[in-house]
Design a protein around this ligand. Structure first.
Ligand code: SF4
Length: 278
């Protein structure tokens, strides 16, 4: 892989920024759905990692026929009342668009219903997530369920990528440091969505060599391995391979451990069944 294609710049949709990042992969943040056609006309399919839209609810989101093959990612607060989504279902189901929600109890229930309607969903499982039991139920449905459904992320990502040491489901959220570089309207670059929000930038798209992407990627990999360096906490947790958080506090039991272990076991089981079917 060409080194430029290892890194993804997450940019707002501005012509100058598309020009400055030419040769790299880009995830383009659309301010509104009306920009989708212009983004797909401005960025080559090979360079387009995804188009990201932020919104409140799935109700009212329309997927036009010509968008069905586009890598659209919606980060929404909630699915909203399912009855309000019914008119949009023919466009949503079967399209490549994926809809991410924070992993609240209500959204976990919605993800299950939407998945059974063949709508691609995902849950944002972060450090502050707490609905572990509801997530375990959804995981059981997704990994063992015999009824046809669309896979829920990040489960699918873990089933397919958990054996790779360099893979992690935080990539789905464009959140992996050293892979995704987040830019503002002026071309300032930060190492994460949060760092950009705090205006904690490492340089500008006007000086690409000064960003030292390879050096940043290496430093981020070292940082991710740090919790595994001592024989305690995450290093002695079986689930470290599938857990993108890896922030166990030494003196406190980890609240994520039970779910992450179930996720690892589900991935092993899904892969065992796949091997048996060969
Ligand atoms: S589940 Fe907890 S202990 Fe295990 S790797 Fe994740 S954060 Fe660390």
């Amino acid at each position: 892989m060409k080194s430029e294609m290892k890194y993804v710049f997450v940019i707002p949709f501005k012509k100058e920024l598309v020009e400055k990042t030419r040769g790299f992969k880009v995830a383009v943040r659309a301010a509104e759905a009306g920009e989708i056609d212009r983004i797909s006309a401005s960025v080559s399919p090979k360079a387009l990692h995804c188009i990201e839209l932020v919104g409140e609810s799935l109700a009212g989101v329309e997927i036009k026929k010509e968008w069905r093959k586009l890598p659209l990612v919606f980060r929404l607060e909630k699915a909203g009342p399912l009855l309000d989504i019914i008119p949009s279902l023919p466009g949503l189901s079967g399209s490549m668009a994926r809809f991410y929600f924070p992993a609240t109890r209500e959204n976990i229930t919605s993800a299950r219903v939407l998945s059974s309607l063949m709508v691609k969903t995902g849950l944002l499982i972060g450090e502050e997530t707490s609905e572990w039991e509801a997530l375990e139920d959804l995981l059981a449905y997704d990994s063992c369920g015999k009824v046809a459904h669309s896979a829920v992320e990040p489960f699918l990502r873990v089933y397919t990528g958990y054996k790779s040491l360099h893979d992690g489901y935080d990539e789905l959220y464009l959140d992996r440091e050293g892979v995704f570089f987040h830019c503002d309207e002026s071309g300032n670059v930060a190492l994460s969505r949060e760092a950009l929000r705090k205006k904690d930038c490492i340089g500008s798209l006007d000086d690409l060599p000064g960003l030292d992407l390879d050096g940043r990627a290496l430093a981020a990999r070292v940082e991710r391995r740090l919790p595994l360096a001592k024989f305690e906490g995450c290093a002695v947790c079986r689930a470290w391979r599938v857990c993108a958080v890896r922030k166990s506090e030494k003196d406190r039991p980890c609240p994520r451990k039970k779910f992450m272990t179930a996720l690892l076991e589900a991935a092993e089981e899904v892969n065992r069944n796949a091997d048996d079917n060969i």
